[in-house]
Design a protein. Structure first.
Ligand code: ADP
Ligand code: ZN
Length: 656
């Protein structure tokens, strides 16, 4: 614990929040976390993406530096983003800098001198940087002078191999604690699963830190998981009908698919880009910058993209392939709607996803059997979510140990899926797999099994005499897609295994085998309930309607209506913001968030005082941009009447 007291004359955290950041109040546990850390306590902060973790160390950093404790070191895995983070702080009037490998010796020396003069409030550095002899020397010098205020370890789950972003460099961060045991530390993450959390606590020696665990709910995100029929067409329709002209991320599993999909979206006239680890760093950086800086871009990417992307106005995250586990899904979808406005998490999912994910685990040559077992359980939890008919949010939060009520803002709540009793069909399918295996002594694939069930006489069926089996033709009442749905459910529920085999001629094919749990269904001891495929194929999703419960529960929806005058002001404000952002070489949202611009446009301010109360405008920004904003707001020719929707029909107030 730090011994230097914070004097009562120092600004209170709430003053810093409003003065520097322009926000009226703390969110959730922010206040408690900030008070604890300012007082010199260690903290572990678990908060969902968009929950507001940054302020939890930025405000203590400001308060502690004011009180003479020196600099807060922020360890963050992505060098690429430090520039924007530091830019955002600078815009708000906070002295911040980053150390990275692109700086010259002189630049680094200058920074070091500034640090030793106690002129910096926050210093961002990558974990590999912390371990360099030069950095260790610097930290020691600062510590000797009492100028090492706090360590904030962002994305702390990177320390754990159970998390989805394991980074070996994070392991050495335990050295910080060992070398500077009296400097307070906080670790922050949006990853909530128990295994990763425990590992993180042990690795970073945070046993005695106070743990702050927030609700992981993201009420403004609407979750939908739809049956995959023609993924590309489905995606295009989703974007065009729901998110035309808006920023979004599309996740695919392979690099090849990323490029295909990006090309397809571009052909359809969208501002789409591909991003994966196969592109060189410069191309990736350019594309990421464009995504951050330009309005309405769609990034099609592998999971190489996204960590630390704190673009607040991503309106949708789409998954064209299923992720590995719920942690990954939740982290990726969490990149939507950080600004609290309505956003979509949309995934298409099919039989092949299940088979592929299982196979990736089974065939991994690096993973130990214990590791594979953990991965299998995690995948099963995701499959249960995808197959499930209850509220997606209840399932998701339940996975993270949080109880909740049906949300009214997911596909299953808005459009309760029709359920059919597939027990009989499941038994037919299971016994068909069993009979075929018994009769031939070898396993066959899904297509063959379905042909037998549906009574098709293919050459292969005749060759093996499978048209003589008792199960031949017993499933003619169901369509092939229906059978696929049944099979997918059986595979997802671990009643059937799909195994990859290699023929003598070098071809690979999938075969189906029964697993022990199949017995219960075969004996009629367990029933199988499935979502109605036909229904979901027809009306994949309902459009957001004004009647949907979400509309009332989510504040500040993106499509909330502005009157004509406000809309015009918003357009002008956005254009002005783009120009300023370009000049400062920063993303537009670092200047002002969309929500702030909307509030300004709505309010039609006439004075700096009118601007002062608006969320997101702190003192520094008011000084720097206030008059400009007022000028831009005066630009529209006529003010719209406050309730006036039909501006065009109304005559302006001409002097008589
Ligand atoms: P996280 O790191 O947890 O994903 P951020 O720290 O990036 O989230 O915060 C998400 C957004 O919420 C940011 O745009 C931030 O400015 C905003 N925010 C955070 N705390 C508050 C608050 N108390 N009032 C208003 N906006 C806030
Ligand atoms: Zn729901």
């Amino acid at each position: 614990m730090s011994t230097l007291p914070i004097s009562p004359s120092q600004p209170a955290p709430l003053d810093i929040l409003s003065h520097v950041f322009g926000y009226a109040g703390f969110r959730g546990p922010q206040e408690a976390i900030i008070a604890h850390v300012i007082a010199g306590g260690d903290a572990l902060v678990l908060m969902p993406t968009g929950g507001g973790k940054s302020l939890c160390y930025q405000i203590p950093a400001i308060a502690r530096q004011n009180a003479g404790h020196g600099v807060t070191i922020v360890i963050s895995p992505l060098i690429a983003l430090m520039h924007d983070q530091v830019g955002a702080l600078t815009e708000a009037g906070v002295s911040a800098a980053f150390l990275n490998s692109t700086q010259t010796y002189e630049e680094s020396s200058q920074l070091e001198a500034q640090l030793l003069r106690n002129e910096l409030t926050l210093l961002y550095a990558a974990p590999e940087r912390i371990n360099t002899p030069r950095m260790k020397g610097l930290l020691t010098s600062l510590h000797e002078r009492g100028l090492l205020s706090l360590f904030a370890i962002d994305e702390a789950h990177c320390v754990s191999q159970w998390g989805h972003d394991f980074r070996p460099e994070y392991r050495s961060l335990s050295l910080l604690h060992e070398t500077f045991p009296d400097v307070p530390r906080m670790a922050l993450t949006a990853t909530a699963d128990a295994l990763t959390r425990q590992d993180m606590i042990e690795r970073l020696q945070l046993e005695s830190a106070r743990h702050f665990v927030s609700s992981f709910d993201r009420p403004n995100i609407r979750y939908s998981i739809v049956e995959k029929t023609d993924a590309t067409r489905q995606l295009l329709r989703f974007i065009q009908t729901e998110h035309h002209g808006e920023a979004g991320i599309v996740y695919c599993q392979s690099r090849k698919r990323v490029e295909e999909i990006a090309g397809m979206l571009e052909d359809a006239g969208l501002k789409a880009m591909a991003y994966h680890a196969g592109f060189d760093a410069k191309v990736r950086q350019q594309r990421q910058d464009r995504f951050l800086r330009e309005d309405g871009c769609v990034m099609v990417a592998t999971i190489a993209f996204g960590m630390g992307i704190d673009k607040p106005d991503v309106r949708f995250v789409a998954h064209l392939d299923m992720p590995k586990n719920i942690e990954g899904y939740y982290q990726e979808t969490g990149r939507a709607g950080r600004d609290g406005l309505a956003a979509d998490a949309w995934m298409v999912y099919g039989l092949q996803d299940v088979v592929n994910q299982r196979r990736m685990i089974d065939t991994s040559e690096v993973a130990s059997e214990e590791f594979k077992q953990v991965m299998r359980c995690k995948l099963d939890a995701l499959l249960t979510l995808a197959e499930g008919t209850r509220c997606r949010r209840v399932s998701l939060l339940g996975y993270f140990g949080e109880a909740s009520e049906p949300c009214g803002n997911c596909d299953n709540c808005l459009n309760p899926p029709a359920v059919w009793d597939a027990t009989e069909a499941a038994r037919k399918l299971l016994s068909c797999i069993y009979r075929v295996q018994q009769a031939s002594g070898i396993s066959f694939g899904a297509g063959h099994i379905m042909d037998i069930l549906r009574g098709k006489t293919s050459d292969k069926i005749v060759q093996y005499g499978h048209d003589k089996l008792s199960t031949f033709g017993i499933g003619a009442d169901l369509s092939e897609p229906q059978w696929r749905g049944v099979l997918r459910h059986l595979i997802a529920s671990n009643l059937v295994a799909s195994t990859l085999m290699h023929s003598a001629s070098g071809n690979s094919f999938n075969t189906l085998q029964l697993l022990p749990d199949a017995r219960q269904v075969l004996k009629g001891e367990a029933s199988v309930l499935l979502r109605q495929q036909v229904a979901s194929a027809k009306g994949e999703r309902t459009r957001r309607t004004s009647k949907s419960p979400a509309k009332t529960s989510v504040k500040g929806l993106a499509e909330a209506t502005l009157n004509a005058g406000a809309l015009e002001r918003l357009g002008l404000l956005k254009a002005w913001r783009t120009a300023v952002a370009k000049e400062h070489n920063l993303p537009p949202f670092v200047i002002f968030h969309d929500a702030t611009l909307r509030a300004i446009a709505e309010q039609a301010p006439h004075s700096l005082d009118d601007l002062r109360g608006i969320s997101g405008i702190g003192e520094k920004k008011l000084q720097a941009y206030g008059n400009e904003v007022l000028r831009v707001c005066r630009e529209p020719e006529f003010d719209a009447p406050d309730d006036g929707e039909n501006l065009q029909l109304q005559a302006p107030d001409w002097p008589e």
